[in-house]
Design a protein around this ligand. Structure first.
Ligand SMILES: *Cc1c(COP(=O)(O)O)cnc(C)c1O
Length: 378
């Protein structure tokens, strides 16, 4: 089965991890700062804060902004549940907003309609690797004193008008789960250029304590203070060493993803029932996913059949995502349900994510295309 996403681990990654295993620091050591510094440099921010996973990154971002029970945070519904869950972690209310039909990105016009006196932040999500409309979102949020957060778990390596994703919002979150662009097995990062927010996040990931073990060792001191309630959201040195090694290969992997996308687009231009999502001219898409919309009114079978048939041919398709506002948790606790975001709900019926990862060969791409041709033309 060709999976929809998969990690790439080379010998140099393995060596980097083994080196840390032989060292004095398995966690909270020198590799953390090294990974953070290199990551910040690549996305063009002054700060990057490593955390244990992408969900922890979102939670850490919400905490840094002081999101609390009285607040509303606007989130897109076409995303992974964690984008909204992080708002609930802080006792606040997620307000779901619909997406545009061509790129399935949060729709700035719909965002504006949902703003109230309680709106404290907007979380954009770079669906499938295509940066959200940061220009429009910035205009809407900046004047009103609303924070703009980017859930860029799909978009490490993407550009918006020549600027790297990671530097386009007040806070940007990333995930290093094995299906994402680079992996640390589990892992996450928050980038920002505001030192006060970075400081708050460094405390939050370490129980709310203002210094870590490595710093105290360096100072020869035992004293520490816990100034607020935090969590253990730390990333280990083993993982950071892997992250540093992986980050070196990011550019080449993005190029490979873009080349696979090009091959898919060329192929699907001849199959009118299958439409890849569109791409704005002024972005560079990081292609975490390759999502197509399928017009089943032109076909004699439904998505469930297509899904099963493709998998039967070794093509590991998937569906990203069930709109978050349709999940029972949100229906039961926040009164959401069908009809709230009609564009996302209609898209959900038609989308499929095709295999897309840097380790795919041209033959893998051909296998996917031939399986589609076979099923759709016969
Ligand atoms: C992967 C992902 C997350 C969560 O990341 P984890 O590292 O799995 O916790 C959050 N948001 C989006 C959009 C994601 O794709």
């Amino acid at each position: 089965m060709i999976p929809y996403g998969r990690q790439q681990i080379d010998e140099d990654d393995i060596r980097a991890v083994i080196e840390v295993l032989r060292s004095d620091w398995l966690t909270t050591g020198p590799k953390v700062a090294e990974f953070e510094t290199e990551f910040a440099r690549q996305v063009g921010t002054s700060e990057a804060v490593a955390v244990s996973n992408g969900t922890a990154a979102l939670h850490t971002a919400m905490h840094a902004l002081g999101i609390g029970p009285e607040d509303e945070v606007i989130v897109p519904t076409m995303t992974f549940a964690a984008t909204a869950n992080c708002v609930v972690f802080q006792g606040a209310t997620p307000v779901f907003v619909d997406v545009d039909p061509d790129k399935l990105l949060i729709d700035p016009d719909r965002v504006e309609e949902k703003i109230t006196s309680r709106t404290k932040a907007v979380i954009a999500m770079d669906y499938a690797g295509h940066p959200a409309d940061y220009g429009a979102l910035k205009t809407i949020t900046e004047d009103r004193g609303i924070a703009l957060v980017a859930d860029a778990c799909h978009a490490l390596g993407a550009l918006y008008k020549t600027r790297a994703v990671g530097s386009l919002a007040t806070l940007t979150t990333f995930s290093f789960h094995p299906v994402k662009h680079i992996t640390t097995a589990e892992g996450g990062m928050v980038t920002t250029s505001e030192p006060m927010l970075a400081l708050r996040m460094r405390n939050f990931r370490n129980h709310g304590i203002t210094s870590d073990h490595y710093q105290r060792e360096a100072q020869g001191s035992w004293f520490y203070e816990m100034v607020e309630l935090g969590y253990n959201y730390r990333l280990t040195d083993l993982q950071c060493a892997l992250g540093i090694s992986q980050l070196r290969k990011l550019r080449a992997w993005i190029d490979r993803r873009q080349s696979i996308a090009q091959q898919y687009r060329q192929f699907f231009s001849r199959l009118p029932a299958v439409k890849p999502l569109s791409v704005a001219e002024f972005v560079e898409n990081a292609y975490h996913l390759f999502v197509v919309r399928i017009d089943f009114s032109k076909l004699s079978f439904d998505r469930a059949t297509l899904f099963t048939e493709l998998r039967g041919r070794g093509v590991g398709v998937n569906v990203h995502y069930i709109p978050v506002h349709l999940h029972p948790f949100y229906r039961n606790n926040f009164g959401t349900g069908p009809g709230l975001c009609p564009v996302a709900e209609a898209a959900y019926e038609e989308i499929l994510s095709l295999p897309m990862h840097a380790g795919m060969t041209d033959e893998d791409v051909e296998t996917v295309c031939l399986a589609f041709r076979d099923l759709i033309e016969n």
